[in-house]
Design a protein around this ligand. Structure first.
Ligand SMILES: [Zn+2]
Length: 172
């Protein structure tokens, strides 16, 4: 179970999830013990939805987004605690998150951001074994109505379109 991301809130329209399940059942995800170690090892950033690789960390889209444009900054180092990261890795995680925010601002014009790390399953970490920092763009009113209907959210843009937009903003 540790290699699969947490499903998170139920999505109304998320066709990429079907492909993800197909890939897994077809053996596409065979082997990896940890999805955050496996994604950069695949060497296929478009398929992995990796937006940028740094020296010590990378930025990847969340395929189970809390909102359109939800990305994560992930150190390559496999650790479950912030305390294990050295200063240079910590600095790069924040620098890449800063760049991701700039890309999101350019591509999606959000009005705010949530930024956070869930450490441990008790804190809500979907993949508790490998630390990752969430960056979630926000718009006024984006969650005011749907959660009342049972933790359901509408993600209006297909993840492939969002990936292309963000990737373009990242390289500029
Ligand atoms: Zn890992």
């Amino acid at each position: 179970m540790s290699r699969r991301p947490s499903p998170g809130p139920e999505l109304v329209w998320a066709p990429w999830r079907i492909q993800y399940v197909k890939d897994e059942s077809a053996g596409g995800f065979e082997g990896p013990e940890c999805v955050f170690c496996d994604l950069p090892a695949q060497q296929d950033d478009a398929r992995s939805y990796i937006l940028h690789r740094g020296a010590r960390a990378y930025v990847v889209m969340n395929l189970y987004p809390y909102n359109n444009g939800h990305v994560m900054t992930v150190p390559y180092e496999h650790t479950d605690t912030l305390r294990a990261l050295d200063g240079e890795t910590l600095a790069e995680v924040m620098q890449l998150t800063q760049r991701a925010q700039a890309a999101l601002e350019e591509a999606l014009r959000p009005q705010g951001f949530n930024l956070g790390i869930n450490q441990g399953a008790a804190a809500g970490a979907g993949i508790a074994d490998h630390l990752h920092l969430h960056l979630v763009p926000r718009w006024v009113g984006d969650t005011n109505f749907m959660p009342a209907l049972g933790d359901t959210r509408v993600i209006p843009q297909h993840v492939d379109e969002t990936y292309a937009l963000l990737r373009g903003a990242f390289v500029r």
